[in-house]
Ligand binder design. Structure first.
Ligand code: NAP
Length: 246
């Protein structure tokens, strides 16, 4: 492997947008660490990507588990010595929350579980991998947010998401957006770019069959932000190149 060979780590790569993102980045010639919280699923995913001609490596990574995050850092350090792209894709919405409008009733446990996977996990993983991201020539960090994290949309009665108010999911994505803005600021004097992606409403287990977009389209925003040129933006929130209001 040459030093120029780019390496990307994608969380939740075993299905949905994460799997398609891994495929699209891999097809660009980027080495892909296809992580999944289930070891067998990460192995199966990497194998299926390799069968498509992609240099894919499996890795067990539950973003909420400190020992998995530490093992991921050791894996990247040992095999590559740097990380060019980190895609914080893994995310959850607790079953039944979607149509719940539950701000007055949501159990704290549900809120905490959601924040563990959608906010604390990605923050801790990014922090742990930062020394390796700094060793790459110009790393890119993409946080999979959602338009559901947009306070501007939530406070606008004309917004199509105005009445979709599951507190756990929405506020965890708002917090993730805050991380994007704050980390981009902290890294403003480096070549690292940090951005939030809204993938669109995408046909996946989370998005359901009712969603209008297929995964190929749903992964595009992530891939675009993961491969930004040197003059590309940092600290932004977008969908297919269009700004989403915070
Ligand atoms: P999905 O089909 O439900 O897949 C979620 C992925 O995240 C799975 O691989 C899952 O692994 C993984 N995951 C969950 N908790 C994890 C943890 N603790 N550690 C590691 N991996 C974990 O969802 P998706 O639709 O592809 O969504 C991907 C991202 O896009 C999410 O962050 C989501 O919030 C965001 N998003 C999606 C839509 C949409 O319409 N689909 C819209 C806006 C934003 P398992 O297979 O082990 O469960």
């Amino acid at each position: 492997m040459t030093e120029q060979q780019k390496v990307a780590l994608i969380t939740g790569a075993n299905r949905g947008i994460g799997l398609e993102t891994s495929r699209q980045l891999g097809k660009l010639g980027i080495t892909v660490i296809a992580t999944a919280r289930d070891e067998k699923k990460s192995e199966h995913t990497a194998k299926s990507l390799r069968e498509q001609g992609i240099d894919a490596r499996p890795l067990k990574l539950d973003v909420t588990r400190a020992e998995d995050r530490e093992a991921a850092v050791k894996f990247v350090e040992k095999h590559f010595g740097k990380l060019d792209i980190l895609v914080n894709n893994a995310g959850i919405m607790i079953e039944g929350e979607w149509l719940a409008n539950d701000s007055g009733t949501i159990p704290l446990k549900t809120l905490q579980q959601t924040f563990d996977a959608n906010f604390f996990g990605p923050v801790a993983l990014t922090q742990a991998l930062l020394p390796l991201l700094k060793k790459a020539p110009a790393a890119r960090i993409v946080n999979l947010s959602s338009i559901q994290g947009s306070l501007a949309n939530h406070s606008n009665p004309k917004s199509p998401i105005y009445n979709l108010k599951p507190l756990g999911y929405n506020s965890s994505k708002t917090a993730l957006n805050a991380f994007t803005v704050h980390l981009a600021h902290a890294l403003r004097d480096t070549k690292i770019k940090v951005n939030s992606a809204h993938p669109g409403w995408v046909k996946t287990d989370m998005g359901s069959d009712a969603a209008p977009l297929h995964v190929e389209e749903g992964a595009k925003t992530t891939v675009e932000l993961a491969t930004l040129p040197p003059d590309g933006p940092t600290g932004t929130y977008s969908h297919l190149g269009k700004t989403v209001p915070w």
